[in-house]
Design a binder for this molecule. Sequence first.
Ligand code: LRH
Ligand code: MN
Length: 385
Amino acid sequence: MNDIKAALRRQSIETPSWAYGNSGTRFKVFAQEGVPRDPYEKLADAAQVHAFTGTAPRVSLHIPWDKVDDYGDLARHATDLGVRIGAINANVFQDDDYRLGSVTNPDPAVRRKALDHLLECVDIMDHTGSDTLKLWFSDGTNYPGQDDIRARQDRLAEALSAVYDRLGGDQSFLLEYKFFEPAFYTTDVPDWGTAYAHCLRLGPKAQVVVDTGHHAPGTNIEFIVAFLLREGKLGAFDFNSRFYADDDLMVGAADPFQLFRIMYEVVRGGGYDPDSGVAFMLDQCHNIEPKIPGQIRSVMNVQEATAKALLVDGDALAAAQAAGDVLGANAVLMDAYNTDVRPMLAELREEQGLARDPMAAYARSGYAEKIRAERVGGRQAGWGA
Ligand code: LRH
Ligand code: MN
């Protein structure tokens, strides 16, 4: 048990700045009292998640949602709060010019504009000390014939190559795929294979990020994880969960068994090893629930799935698999999954000087009441869509 605790102690999950702002659907964005008005307040809220879980020391930024005058000052503010800036997310999906695409747009001037934004995000990495650029492109088409599928891939490859060449020594980028939305006919990076092929062609500083909400229903995500790990091309996760599409619900909420199966392949494939380089990030929206508790609960869900994955008796599993003992092998995994790891995690938190129950401790802290009282006026942060 101690080695599992030791492995859990080094778990590090990155929370997204945008999870602390208002978010919603095309139907409604429900504003919540106490929501941050700027990236400084978002970092303060993210630091609360780390303070109560001990497992969320990094915060992803999204540009321009987290645009500030002095990114160095923002990074110092993060350090003062006990966290640090993680991945920088580019945003080439909210500008009117990107109606027909950003880096894949038929218009070279629009492609140049999009590329300039991506390069600006690498500058921001330099200023914040971030070593990771995350690229998700909403680019695609809505009707057959609207544009040339192959030509768009050429344009995408050209832009990715320009960004790749701009990266500094220890910097890398993550290419994110998504099978649809906002485009409804073709998406230029629709699946892991397309992302993998582009990253393979570019080189070691280009890795694939698996957003658990970006697959067609019924997709075996843990197979993709096992494959990309085997290829050394799994760079990160955008964790969330969904019942239908890209619902961006709390990770592990909709399908905790899927999260366990994914984390089992991560552990089995070396993705949880200290030097694996795989980043575990959350990418969620708390449309109706309180945001900081939502992030705390999400971190705990990943901890629980990881603990269960670490509990799998690898030797017994390998023996059953080698013997063709189908039910035996399945039972080994189910034994781990059906183990209640919450008491062990509560004990681990206590050993780390944290409260056994982070949710209850946060509720007792009065922080929610404090920010509701303080954050009056100003413009609440959101997706700005
Ligand atoms: C796209 C996505 C991407 C982010 C955005 C907030 O659906 O998953 O990772 O840029 O959500
Ligand atoms: Mn994502």
